[in-house]
Design a protein around this ligand. Structure first.
Ligand SMILES: [Zn+2]
Length: 214
């Protein structure tokens, strides 16, 4: 994908965060990596979604140098870049403090695999330990703990999702919040029925090979 197309895609993905109720004001961000140049398009720091235009998006290299853009990149840029440098299969990262998922973060709980949608993300959504915000250390903890999941809950903080595109990472951020919401409601009323590893593997295969168009 050409860099300009990626800029448009990442801009649209960022707008999906407030549209889906995952962020308030300026929090949250989505980035995407161009497979040809390894350049990363990311949201500018502390910038409101309402004012965001494609030209405001910041382009950085994997070392964090701004290659293009008139604004400062997101404070979470170092985290995104660490993930890209250590996960060559990842081309999109999203980060939110979406409320239901972040309530699991506040409790220091992973999100159990009691829904087929949870299985779609790889099963139980793992918990990463507490890490001070704004640096590479969050990226290190994510890479260490995320395993084959497409999402992780970071203790006392929020959610990071990954994908083979910015679009997929964004979709997973929406899915995680819905999963967290339903799981929360279920936990209020009883003990959710957990999926077996076989059931998780079946759903995961279906999602990988049969889901969507093409
Ligand atoms: Zn955050």
């Amino acid at each position: 994908m050409a860099l300009e197309a990626l800029r448009q895609e990442v801009w649209k993905c960022n707008l999906e965060l407030p549209k889906n109720g995952l962020v308030k004001m300026t929090s949250g961000n989505v980035s995407g990596r161009d497979p040809e140049t390894n350049l990363v398009v990311i949201k500018p720091s502390g910038y409101s979604y309402e004012d965001l235009t494609p030209a405001d998006m910041v382009i950085v290299n994997l070392e964090g140098d701004v290659v293009e853009g008139h604004l400062k990149p997101s404070v979470d840029t170092a985290t995104h870049l660490y993930i890209y440098r250590h996960r060559p299969d990842v081309f999109g990262v999203a980060h939110t403090h979406s409320p239901y998922a972040s309530s699991f973060a506040a409790l220091g709980q992973s999100i159990p695999a009691c829904l087929t949608t949870t299985a779609m993300l790889g099963g139980e959504i793992p918990l990463g330990g507490y890490v001070p915000i704004g640096g590479e250390a969050i990226g290190e903890e994510i890479v260490r703990r995320i395993g084959h999941s497409l999402a992780i809950v970071m203790q006392n903080h929020g959610v990071f999702t990954i994908g083979k595109s910015a679009r997929q990472a964004t979709k997973m951020a929406v899915e995680v919040e819905e999963i967290a919401h339903i799981t929360h409601l279920a936990l209020l009323r009883g003990q959710p029925i957990m999926l077996t590893p076989e059931q998780i593997a079946d759903v995961s295969d279906l999602y990988t090979f049969a889901y969507g168009q093409k």
